[in-house]
Design a protein around this ligand. Structure first.
Ligand code: AP5
Ligand code: MG
Length: 216
């Protein structure tokens, strides 16, 4: 199964991908996570991406396209993958079409997680992420068992992403509206878009996703 997971910042793409990977044996490819790992490792890519990410702006298309081209070659993706956070612009979507065509691959579906802005702000401002494994928590909706510490065996420290502060959040929401929202039409015209109502309990939203995925 090969799919794109589209949705605004804080919609729950990472949260739901975790369950999908466990149930369907696919790999999550989150461009945000890859960029953050590069920043942590101090690579040239990470350094180039830093100022855009902290301001809630998109990293330039060509940097992202070159990065995803390398990622898609990895053998662990042979069982299928979830593209989380990519594509985010029409030029990225067009580049992906070309890459997939060259590799003889086809997308099964594009999931579009729909959540109103007011709820996104609530989810993002109280998100905390593990410094070691990247698992995400919410101070109220999905708290860790022990305050400030990841529940996973890594026991990593939880931190707040720089772009989860109010200024960058507002910018990310605007960037989504302006640059990523048009992709819903792009994939609807290819009959690939499946809209998912993204409000409610995490498990209930996952059931809605499963109803769509079990068709593939
Ligand atoms: P990225 O890391 O992709 O961030 P994003 O798209 O803004 O999405 P998030 O990771 O913030 O949200 P999510 O949907 O995964 O939500 P989550 O599951 O964590 O990108 C970061 C930056 O990298 C970009 O701004 C850009 O600079 C750069 N970048 C990345 N890809 C790029 C690209 N293709 N092109 C250019 N630049 C790129 O959930 C959020 C919170 O809500 C959590 O606390 C969670 O516990 C909670 N939650 C989840 N579901 C529910 C629920 N049902 N009820 C209550 N709480 C919930
Ligand atoms: Mg995410």
């Amino acid at each position: 199964m090969k799919l794109i997971f589209l949705g605004p910042p804080g919609a729950g793409k990472g949260t739901q991908s975790e369950r999908m990977c466990a149930d369907y044996g696919v790999v999550q490819l989150s461009t945000g996570d890859i960029l953050r790992a590069n920043r942590k490792a101090g690579t040239e890519l990470g350094q180039k991406a830093q100022k855009f990410m902290d301001a809630g702006e998109l990293v330039p298309d060509q940097i992202i396209i070159d990065m995803i081209k390398e990622e898609l070659k990895k053998p662990e993706l042979s069982k299928g993958y979830i593209l989380d956070g990519f594509p985010r612009t029409v030029p990225q979507a067009q580049a992906l079409d070309k890459l997939l065509e060259d590799m003889g691959q086809k997308l099964d579906t594009v999931l579009v997680l729909e959540v109103p802005n007011e709820e996104l702000v609530k989810r993002l401002t109280a998100r905390r992420v593990c410094r070691v494994c990247g698992k995400s928590y919410h101070l109220i909706f999905k708290p860790p068992l022990k305050e400030g510490i990841c529940d996973q065996p890594c026991g990593g420290e939880l931190y707040q992403r720089d772009d989860d502060k109010e200024g960058p959040i507002m910018n990310r929401l605007k960037v989504y509206e302006d640059q990523t929202f048009p992709l819903i039409d792009y994939y609807s015209s290819k009959n690939l878009a499946n809209k998912i109502h993204g409000l409610g309990e995490i498990g209930d939203i996952y059931s809605r996703i499963k109803t769509v995925l079990d068709k593939f």
